[in-house]
Design a protein around this ligand. Sequence first.
Ligand code: NAD
Length: 331
Amino acid sequence: MSRIPKVVITDFIAEPLDHERRVLDGHAEITALEAMCEEDLKGRIEDAEAIMVYHYFRFTRASIERLTNCKVIVRPGVGYDGVDIEAAREHGIPVCNVPDYGTEEVADSAIGMAISLSRGIHFLNSRLRRGVGDWNVDQAMPVPRLRGQVFGIIGCGRIGTATALRAKTFGFDVAFYDPYLPDGVEKALGIRRVNQLSELLGSSHVVSLHCPLTHETRSLIRKDELAQMREGSVIINTSRGGVVDTVSVVEALASGHLSGAGIDVLEQEPPAADSPVIAAWRNPDHPAHDRLLLNPHSAFYCEEGAEEFRTKGAQEVLRALLGQPLRNVVN
Ligand code: NAD
């Protein structure tokens, strides 16, 4: 009798594995390793026929080279920068993501941050709570009208598009920079396309990042790029921490060059105890304190979405085990 295939979930998801078992029962045995670092995987993944890997650590060549019988590596999320997809390809292992479970939620969070910062909601709440200033509208001034302001999107794929459509309904003049999209996207969406990043940065009142973390986008927004942004503008990063130099964002807030920053993703997550970003955010006397909004890489999350990425991730595993065509191969 043939052995039942072993499927391993490396991190983040623990028992009960209801969603995965609903799909894989009868086809595979699933184990959640609850590893906190790649080292924890040693001796526990080698004979797996499918691996589901989340985001607590990078799944590197070292792990991939030890896999003897693996048919698929599934990253049940959108960004797959945490998996060495080239090493997997060299070893003939397809890597698949789940691209669509959180599109609306990330767009909702990006817009929520943008509106909260542009309308002064976060700033006023933060100052009044710690007893700064009078309880009247003078605190809010100046706040320009949103209608007609430029909302600039970097990377207009699924989430960028969902964000663009939301920004349009607020009356923003929406523009995007995305060198990889074919002509016509701007016409289909009824938004503007700009061909230079510097043009988008220099013209936008809000800049929202929605590109993946790649060799090209790592540190895309640093000191120089922030300096190109409009005086008093707002930056939103729900893409990946590595795309933006967040320390420089805090400096731009402190100098008054930027009026707000909404950051869901940091270069290191969770941040180090001595992170200057966290220090500024916690310190009520720091000039960036009231203008910096931080979230713990949670923009994707809602209960319905969690069920979706776990179920869709397991369905991709099942297709691999059954030798069926895979839906979302990224390598
Ligand atoms: P997508 O692939 O649909 O869109 C990404 C877009 O970025 C594409 O249109 C691509 O052409 C563009 N792009 C690539 N390189 C670029 C560059 N150098 N400059 C400008 N644009 C560039 O992906 P998506 O589903 O929209 O997700 C986007 C990113 O959001 C993911 O890669 C992931 O890192 C991040 N994300 C974050 C969360 C969260 O919880 N914060 C959740 C899901 C996804």
